[in-house]
Ligand binder design. Structure first.
Ligand code: FES
Length: 330
């Protein structure tokens, strides 16, 4: 992922996200290959409120759209901060940000949206891998502000590649910095300790780290750990792509979703717009309320309890359980 960007796309898909305009007020190096960008309203006005875990769509002047976690001060209504990692293979997006974006440029802005919210808890364990530190920074600020007991385990390739170490330094022993070239892979079992009912675990980073965290928290209560993935999970759900019917409750229309199309595409073809962005089930933009029927969830956002509840779905990837039909609040 480019920074904490669940997904990326360009062209027509980018236009699906509603975008206002922001000005690049500051670009600052945060680590090797990482720049921090401060965005402001071009007219000096307030920006929409957000909460820890939220991300925005950034529509770059070259037409690409990327999602980035907000990593600044949520109480500053006049500035957003994101951090962008240069992806080695990038030819758009992060390369554009690093090579071409300049202070004063205008960019499109969508969101903020939050599919990784921080729930109240007396104790938090935060786990970050590389640029995955970004959504956790405002969570840490919040946890600190409310006096929660919290600890961060922060891994990265090397100290030089790890952004925001200077800002985190003020928290002393609460922050455990573990560069791989000094200490090896993160020792998650040692960090997590014994399962505790009062503790919430928030993690963001590359897939191998999150997979290791899933293994390490297997004995924890099912609601303990929340993670944000940069790219879509290996496909979950039933795996079959049979056709199914969707009824749009507000108009009463029923449309058929073919086996080779997504529900989002079929709904769009029927002339009903659902806001979308990543189209990979990672950004949360297309969240839709389910009124009836059982969704076959294939997103990378919902946890097991959310899936069990079955009252919302992401139609860019999710379908109906084979043989069932869905009634959606559209
Ligand atoms: S468009 Fe991103 S989750 Fe559906």
């Amino acid at each position: 992922m480019s920074s904490v960007a669940p997904a990326q796309q360009s062209g027509p898909v980018a236009e699906q996200a509603s975008a206002s305009t922001a000005r690049v007020a500051e670009i600052r190096r945060q680590a090797d290959g990482v720049v921090g960008i401060v965005l402001t309203d071009p007219a000096g006005g307030r920006l929409p409120d957000w909460a820890p875990g939220a991300h925005i769509d950034l529509v770059l002047p070259d037409g690409t759209t990327r999602q980035y976690s907000l990593c600044g001060d949520r109480w500053d209504a006049h500035a957003y901060r994101v951090a962008v990692l240069r992806e080695p293979s990038s030819r758009g997006g992060s390369a554009y940000v690093h090579d071409s974006l300049r202070e004063g440029d205008l960019v499109g802005l969508g969101g903020p949206r939050n599919s990784f919210p921080l729930v109240p808890a007396p104790r938090y364990l935060f786990v970050a891998g590389g640029i995955g530190i970004t959504p956790l920074l405002p969570m840490i600020a919040q946890a600190d502000m409310v006096g929660a007991d919290w600890t961060l385990l922060y891994g990265g390739r090397s100290r030089n590649s790890m952004a925001f170490l200077d800002e985190l330094g003020r928290h002393g022993d609460r922050v455990r910095v573990a560069p791989q070239d000094e200490t090896g892979l993160l020792d998650l079992p040692a960090f997590l300790g014994t399962p505790r009912e009062d503790t919430r675990i928030y993690a963001c980073g590359p897939a191998p780290l999150l997979d290791a965290l899933a293994d390490a928290t297997a004995d924890w209560p099912s609601t303990s750990a929340r993670t944000e993935r940069f790219v879509a999970r290996e496909r979950s759900g039933s795996g079959s792509d049979s056709s199914f019917e969707v009824t749009l409750a507000r108009s009463g229309r029923t449309i058929s979703v073919g086996r080779d199309e997504t529900a989002l595409e079929a709904i769009g073809a029927a002339g009903v717009d659902v806001l979308s962005s990543c189209r990979q089930g990672t950004c949360g933009t297309c969240e839709t309320t389910v009124l009836e029927g059982r969704p076959d969830h294939r997103d990378s956002i919902l946890d097991d309890d959310d899936r069990q509840a079955g009252d919302c779905m992401y139609p860019c990837v999710s379908r109906a359980v084979p043989g069932d039909r869905l009634v959606l609040d559209l």
